[in-house]
Design a binder for this molecule. Structure first.
Ligand SMILES: *Cc1c(COP(=O)(O)O)cnc(C)c1O
Length: 374
């Protein structure tokens, strides 16, 4: 199957007596057995489900759907993007180990790495992933993992994944790529050799701003370890959230096609406007498009709050990727946990607005932003 077909046909055909067209929601905390022998057979691998914290058909569907699109052997869904990142990290790193992460990082991931992992005894060095020497200099004897994002937030830098993964492979490091902004519709990091790909499925994978979820994909070996972490950390996804995520995932291709198209039109239309210092939008990120996020830096540092009052039907939210166009203010949301010096080094300014472009008519989106900027 090609990508767009696979995108809607990743679930097995329902074979039960009533043959419902969509998968029912297994809103259950546990599964029952006809006798104790059958119950025991779960531990011999003859039964798929036992207790929802250890696995549920609806959450498994979400993991499988994303794994199919990413071209991975297996996927596991969890309660959020951050819990998927944590499960992935803990399946390859333990106390005393060291990891290297890009400094151009989602704020919540920065918080997890810089503070929580430190308390687990795992140290982290943040580097500029564009700088090969900086990565190599950061490698220590106990380094086990290199973490990066495929398209960074909010500056939308498209990382040279092949180059970065090659360095990691030379030093026998595992690699994990946060592919939230690109989605497998645009970029598939496993094809560049990534061991793990992680998503905040809260964003484009589920796509409708109605669920908080994460997915980690990789080889069966790694994902089985991550699955054990999700189970013992209790960071499993609920069945209904798994079902919602799965339903959202089926329109990923359609949404991305429209959203990337609208974003390209918006970025082109806003370039050169006198109220904007710079429009950040990738060029040649992927053959199917350049993503659906456009970041603008306003010329007048003090105009951000006034601008935010003129956005008519466009919502101001601390998230992205829904079907409705929305904006966020990185320095007080996603990048709040980053120290000011780090933000300044990266170039995340006080006058920066991140636009998550939706599926509306492009002309309407462009007109609202032009009116607000004027
Ligand atoms: C939102 C986001 C996360 C965190 O995901 P949650 O689902 O909020 O836990 C991680 N990485 C990126 C790039 C994100 O946008």
């Amino acid at each position: 199957m090609r990508f767009k077909t696979k995108n809607v046909h990743f679930q097995e055909k329902i074979q039960s007596e009533d043959m419902s067209k969509t998968k029912p929601i297994y809103q259950t905390s546990a599964f029952s057995f006809s006798d104790l022998e059958e119950m025991e057979s779960f531990f011999e691998g003859n039964k798929s489900y036992f207790y929802t914290r250890m696995g549920n058909p609806n959450t498994d569907d979400l993991g499988k759907g994303v794994a199919d699109l990413e071209g991975a052997e297996m996927g596991i869904a969890s309660s959020s993007g951050l819990s998927a990142i944590l499960a992935g990290v803990l399946s390859v790193a333990k106390s005393g180990d060291h990891i290297i992460a890009t400094e151009d990082l989602y704020g919540g991931t920065y918080q997890l790495f810089a503070h929580e992992l430190k308390d687990f005894g795992i140290s982290v060095t943040f580097v500029d992933c564009c700088n090969r020497e900086e990565i190599e200099e950061a490698i220590q004897e106990n380094t086990v993992l290199l973490f990066t994002e495929s398209i960074t937030n909010p500056l939308l830098r498209v990382e040279d994944l092949e180059g970065i993964i090659k360095i990691a492979a030379t030093h026998k490091l595992k690699t994990m790529v946060d592919n939230t902004f690109a989605t497998p519709y645009l970029i598939r990091p496993h094809e560049a050799g990534a061991d793990m790909v992680v998503h905040s499925a809260t964003k484009y994978i589920a796509g409708h701003s109605d669920v908080s979820a994460g997915v980690l994909t990789g080889s069966r070996n790694i994902i089985m370890k991550a699955k054990a972490k999700v189970s013992s950390l209790g960071s499993n996804l609920g069945p209904f959230d798994g079902w919602l995520g799965t339903r959202g995932l089926k329109t990923l291709s359609l949404r991305m096609e429209r959203q990337c198209g609208n974003a390209q039109k918006l970025a082109d239309a806003l370039k050169g406007h006198s109220a904007i210092r710079k429009v950040y939008y990738p060029e040649a990120a992927a053959t199917r498009g350049n993503g659906a996020i456009v970041t603008i830096d306003l010329t007048d540092d003090k105009s951000v709050f006034e601008f935010s009052k003129k956005l008519e039907w466009i919502k101001i939210v601390p998230t992205l990727a829904g079907v409705e166009t929305s904006i966020s203010y990185p320095i007080n949301t996603s990048h709040r946990p980053l120290p000011r010096e780090m933000r300044e080094k990266l170039g995340v300014t006080d006058s920066m607005i991140r636009i998550s472009v939706g599926i509306e008519d492009a002309e309407d989106i462009i007109e609202v932003f032009k009116r607000a900027l004027d």
